[in-house]
Write a protein that binds this ligand. Structure first.
Ligand code: G6P
Length: 367
């Protein structure tokens, strides 16, 4: 055990630091000449993508959050309707499937009971195909799917998913870009998206250098009961993933809200006892997010902001950490990393069992 963890105190920390390599492995051989190789989705992929008129994504837990990010990418880049939902809901709600819909399941283990049951249901519902985004090649979900896009995160031991999530996002970005190009995405935006993926391992490596700064902030959280995570667009599911990490391993109650919903409830909770964590990317919604943060501040809320390099100077707060400058594809992946480190350091300070949190399992194979 100690040998496998190497210099790291916990598997989770090791797996967080393995992300640059895991991302490079997931992208390896799938991009050439600045373009995504469509064959990565199978020999008939070109034809299949051309015929796809809608996408249904289904998953559980962290994998569901990856699906939520992909939904934004698919709709905004490919202009094709996409839904992302929790497998345990999908499987019991009698989903309506229009012709030309592609089913996508996302699962690290490939064995999650609800996701597998959702896939089995989907096979009877007239989908164009079933694509699995999965980390375990010999798993049930891979075997039952007609198309497979493997993540290459390697074994993930920590119950709280880290490198599996970011590699899922990289695989889904490959899919979204290839799909969007087939649907007529502007060439420049496409090439720019692919370039961001190529730069991803380096950007994540750079972000990991924030570790010491994040460890310093973690002390503020150790005695807190609640935390609120805010984001907009693709960074709303990133905020959800940040809140899930904190809940899972530090046992602090954490909620994520789309920042635009603040006035519809969570603002009532804001006080000095509930830290508010926000992810501030350099995107078209940044002005709106910054004004949401101002509302938190004027109500005495204590803000922690992870800001894109080009936004950092606009966030008027001492508890701001600056990440590398990122475009629309790289940003949600890069922004995930500081949130993983934050929950890790808070959990260590609280003395919880980081790799084996109470009541949780790595793979939920029974309903
Ligand atoms: C469990 C794990 C999570 C994981 C979820 C879905 O809850 O603790 O980390 O995200 O299952 O698992 P899957 O293997 O389908 O991605």
């Amino acid at each position: 055990d100690a040998v496998e963890r190497g210099e790291y105190r916990h598997y989770m920390l090791k797996e967080i630091h393995e992300q640059p390599q895991a991302l490079a492995d997931t992208l390896e051989g799938r991009i050439a000449g600045g373009r995504v190789l469509t064959q990565i989705l199978g020999v008939d992929a070109e034809d299949l993508l051309a015929r796809t008129e809608a996408v249904h994504i289904v998953a559980c837990g962290t994998s569901y959050h990856a699906g939520l990010v992909a939904r934004y990418w698919i709709e905004s880049l490919a202009g094709i309707p996409c839904t992302a939902e929790i497998a345990s809901e999908y499987r019991y709600r009698n989903p309506v499937v229009r012709p030309g819909t592609l089913f996508v399941s996302i699962s690290q283990s490939g064995e999650t009971a609800d996701t597998l049951a959702a896939l089995k249901l989907a096979r009877e519902r007239g989908y164009l195909a079933q694509l699995a985004v999965c980390n375990v090649p010999e798993s049930s979900i891979v075997r039952e799917s007609s198309l497979v896009l493997m993540t290459r995160a390697g074994p993930e031991i920590g119950v709280a998913s880290t490198k599996a999530f970011t590699t899922q996002l990289a695989a889904l970005a490959l899919f979204a870009l290839a799909f969007a190009r087939a649907k007529g995405l502007d060439e420049q935006r496409y090439l720019d998206g692919v370039r961001q993926l190529e730069q991803l391992p380096g950007l994540v490596a750079e972000t990991l250098r924030l570790d010491a700064g994040i460890q310093d902030l973690a002390g503020d959280f150790a005695d807190k009961q609640h935390a609120l995570f805010l984001g907009r667009g693709t960074h709303w599911p990133v905020a959800m993933e940040g809140a899930l990490k904190l809940k899972e391993i530090s046992y602090i109650h954490a909620e994520a809200y789309a920042a635009g919903e603040l006035k519809h409830g969570p603002l009532a909770l804001v006080d000095a006892q509930m830290p508010v964590i926000a992810v501030a990317p350099n995107d078209t919604l940044i002005d709106k997010l910054l004004s949401n943060l101002e509302e938190v501040r004027t109500r005495g809320g204590v803000l922690y902001v992870f800001a894109d390099h080009d936004i950092g100077s606009r966030v008027d707060d001492s508890r701001t950490l600056v990440m590398p400058a990122c475009g629309e594809i790289a940003a949600p992946i890069v922004s995930t990393v500081p949130l993983q480190l934050l929950s890790y350091h808070v959990a260590v300070l609280r003395g919880t069992d980081v790799d084996q949190p109470r009541n949780l399992a790595k793979s939920v194979t029974v309903e």
